[in-house]
Design a protein around this ligand. Structure first.
Ligand code: NAD
Length: 273
C-alpha cells in the first residue's frame, strides 16, 4: 500500500478503512476482517461511538501498534481549548491506546467560533507526543486560512466530502498550495455514484467494479481514502485496487462527472449537536 508523508514526517497509508455507521456491536468483527484483508489504517471518530471497539479489534488482531495507523476526531460539542484536551483524553481512554496517529477537528462549527482555540489544543497534544499528526475535517478555505494565520501551524490534512459527483477542485488547489493532504470522505458517495454509466463502462473495460474504478481514481489524484463496508467481499474488493491504472483520458472522463453535489451537510452551517 502506498503511503503519503504528512508534513514530510508521518507516513499515512493512502487507503484505509472507515467505520462511520458501523454499529459498535459489529465493529470488532468488521475491523478485524479489514485488518486481515490488509488494511492498516482505520478512520474513526468520537461521534461514531465505536472507538472502544476499534481499539479492541487492533489488539485482538495481533498486529503491533506501529503497524496500524489510527485516526480519530474531536466532535462539535468539544470545541474550545480545555474541552478539546478533555475530549482527546476520553478518546484515548476509549481506544485504550497511548497515542493516536492523526487527530482531526471533525467540523469547524463557525457559528460557535471556537475552532482556533481547539487548534491550539491540538498543537500542544502533538508537541506532547500524544498525537503524531494533527489535521482538520470539513474546513473551507476561509477556516484553513484563519487557523494558519492565527497559530502559524498548517494542518497536515483536511478530510472533506469528495467523490466523482463532488470533486472540490478549488479546495484541492488550496490544499496543494499549502501542502495539505486531501482526505476524501464518502469516497464512493455512499454507493451513490456506482451506477453511473461512465464508471460502469470503465469497470467493464478494466475487468474491475465501479467501486474499484472510483477508488483507483482517488489514489491517482493523490487523495487519501477510507471506504466503509461491512460486507466481507466488498471489504476485500475495496483494497484490491493496486494492480491497474487509469489513463489520463479515463481520469478526465471521471473529472467530467463533477456536479458539485454534496450528500453531506454544508460545513459553513453545520452545528450538530
Ligand atoms: P463510502 O463512500 O465509503 O460508502 C460506503 C457505502 O458504500 C457502504 O455502506 C455500501 O453501501 C457502499 N459500498 C462500499 N463498498 C462497496 C462496493 N465495493 N460495492 C458496492 N457498494 C459499496 O461512505 P462513508 O462510509 O460515508 O465514508 C467513508 C468513511 O469516511 C467513513 O466510514 C468515515 O470514516 C469517513 N467520513 C467522514 C466524515 C467527516 O465528516 N469527516 C463524514 C462521513 C464519512
Amino acid at each position: 500500500m502506498p503511503t503519503i508523508a504528512l508534513r514530510g514526517a508521518v507516513d499515512i497509508p493512502q487507503l484505509g478503512f472507515g467505520v462511520f455507521q458501523v454499529p459498535p456491536d459489529d465493529t470488532i468483527e468488521v475491523v478485524l476482517r479489514a485488518l486481515q484483508a490488509g488494511y492498516r489504517h482505520i478512520d474513526t471518530a468520537a461521534a461514531y461511538g465505536n472507538e472502544a471497539q476499534v481499539g479492541q479489534a487492533i489488539r485482538a488482531s495481533g498486529l503491533s501498534r506501529e503497524d496500524v495507523f489510527v485516526t480519530t476526531k474531536c466532535f462539535n460539542d468539544d470545541h474550545g481549548y480545555q474541552q478539546a484536551r478533555n475530549a482527546f483524553k476520553d478518546s484515548l481512554e476509549r481506544l485504550e491506546l497511548n497515542h493516536v496517529d492523526l487527530y482531526l477537528i471533525h467540523w469547524p462549527v463557525p457559528a460557535h467560533d471556537r475552532y482556533v482555540e481547539t487548534w491550539r489544543a491540538f498543537i500542544e497534544l502533538r508537541d506532547e507526543g500524544l498525537v503524531r499528526a494533527i489535521g482538520v475535517s470539513n474546513f473551507q478555505p476561509a477556516h484553513l486560512r484563519r487557523i494558519i494565520e492565527e497559530t502559524g501551524e498548517t494542518p497536515a490534512v483536511n478530510q472533506v466530502e469528495l467523490h466523482p459527483y463532488h470533486q472540490q477542485p478549488g479546495l484541492r488547489r488550496e490544499h496543494e498550495e499549502r501542502e495539505i493532504v486531501t482526505e476524501a470522505w464518502s469516497p464512493l458517495a455512499q454507493g451513490g455514484v456506482l451506477e453511473d454509466p461512465v464508471l460502469t463502462t470503465l469497470a467493464r473495460e478494466h475487468g474491475k467494479t465501479a467501486a474499484q474504478i472510483v477508488l483507483r481514481w482517488h489514489l491517482q489524484l493523490g487523495n487519501v481514502v477510507f471506504p466503509k463496508s461491512v460486507t466481507p467481499q466488498r471489504i476485500e474488493e475495496n483494497i484490491d485496487v493496486l494492480d491497474f491504472h487509469l489513463s489520463a483520458r479515463e481520469m478526465e472522463q471521471i473529472a467530467d462527472l463533477d456536479r458539485g453535489e454534496r450528500i453531506g451537510p454544508d460545513p459553513d452551517t453545520f452545528v450538530r449537536p
